[in-house]
Design a protein around this ligand. Structure first.
Ligand code: HEC
Ligand code: HEC
Length: 265
């Protein structure tokens, strides 16, 4: 017959185990419920739109795969935090009517570098008619939900072919940059394979070349100025039209795919 203290310790250990087990089960269930609720809300917005605004899937594709002809990027599998940030940036008030932006000359010899207080540029705006209107109808929780939903979707992006000369020039800019003009390699922030890093440095591989060029154009004109510390704008300002086409062809030539899935919201 074991002594009383031994029995007591054993009972206490078993009780503690049961209590921890129940707490663990409850928290994991709570997480499941949050995940499920977010995905459900996100899917509903994605497939039905809001306040008379068209559904996201009408332009971004039924599975968020993007629509090359419409210029709508792939959203499937993009980092949720990145998508969330973009939706907030789209929702921010565009400039008042009547204000126009002069495109910056593409010949960078004519474009002296403007030195500004970089912190004054964030949080910026992103002006795209289709997206500005829709984003403004979503509250913060809905933005989180729809971003989380699209980030959970799998995708299969097939490489878009291009001629070897264009690809070689694009690769050079992507992997080496143009140190002589102070342009870092795209790969240093977007990853060697263009798959991005975390929520702040989005993947570029797996987007159509037209979309990539379009973004670089928008940084040059100032229509997109939502990058932290003008990281992209400072680079885009120095790219020639040829650079943009080459580097876009290079990244669009990388096949990427994912089966999807959720990480915690
Ligand atoms: C009428 C077409 C249309 C609809 C509807 C639409 N989008 Fe878009 N969306 C676009 C286009 C076009 C772009 C690319 C804009 C650009 O060139 O910068 C875009 C860009 C985006 C981006 C930026 C992605 C990136 O890689 O930076 C996000 C995020 C996004 N849309 C989310 C949504 C969500 C969520 C919905 C539904 C609530 C939605 N869109 C509905 C056309 C649409
Ligand atoms: C110093 C870091 C840095 C370097 C180098 C860099 N980028 Fe970026 N890039 C960023 C950041 C940060 C963003 C996201 C900005 C935001 O939050 O909207 C971005 C966004 C982009 C996007 C938009 C993706 C989307 O889904 O809308 C494209 C396209 C892009 N970069 C292309 C390039 C190319 C091409 C190069 C090389 C010529 C390059 N970047 C080099 C930091 C960098």
């Amino acid at each position: 017959m074991p002594s009383k203290p031994v029995l007591f310790t054993a009972a206490a250990l078993i009780a503690a185990g049961v209590i921890f087990g129940v707490i663990f089960w409850l928290t994991s269930r709570a997480n499941d419920t949050t995940t499920f609720a977010l995905l459900h809300t996100g899917k509903t917005i994605a497939e039905n739109g809001r306040d008379g605004q068209p559904a996201c899937v009408q332009c971004h594709g039924g599975n968020g795969e993007g629509n090359r002809a419409m210029g709508a990027p792939r959203l499937a599998g993009m980092p949720a935090g990145y998508l969330e940030k973009q939706l907030h940036d789209f929702a921010r008030n565009p400039l008042k009517a009547g204000v126009t932006l002069d495109p910056i000359a593409h010949d960078y010899n004519k474009t002296p570098k403007i030195q500004v207080d970089l912190t004054a540029l964030t949080p910026g705006v992103r002006r795209v008619d289709a997206m500005n209107a829709i984003s403004a109808t979503l509250n913060a929780q809905e933005v989180k939900a729809v971003a989380f939903y699209f980030s959970s979707l799998g995708y299969n992006f097939t490489a878009i072919p291009s001629d070897p000369e264009t690809l070689a020039r694009g690769e050079d800019l992507a992997l080496r940059g143009k140190p002589e003009y102070g342009i870092p390699a795209c790969a240093s922030c977007h990853g060697a394979d263009g798959k991005g890093y975390g929520n702040h440095f989005p993947p570029i591989a797996g987007q159509a070349p037209e979309y990539i060029v379009q973004q670089l154009n928008q940084w040059q004109t100032g229509a997109r100025d939502n990058d932290q510390m003008a990281l992209m704008r400072n680079i885009a300002e120095q790219l020639t039209d040829g650079d943009k086409i080459n580097v876009a062809a290079y990244f669009a030539n990388i096949a990427v795919s994912s089966t999807g899935g959720v990480s915690s919201p």
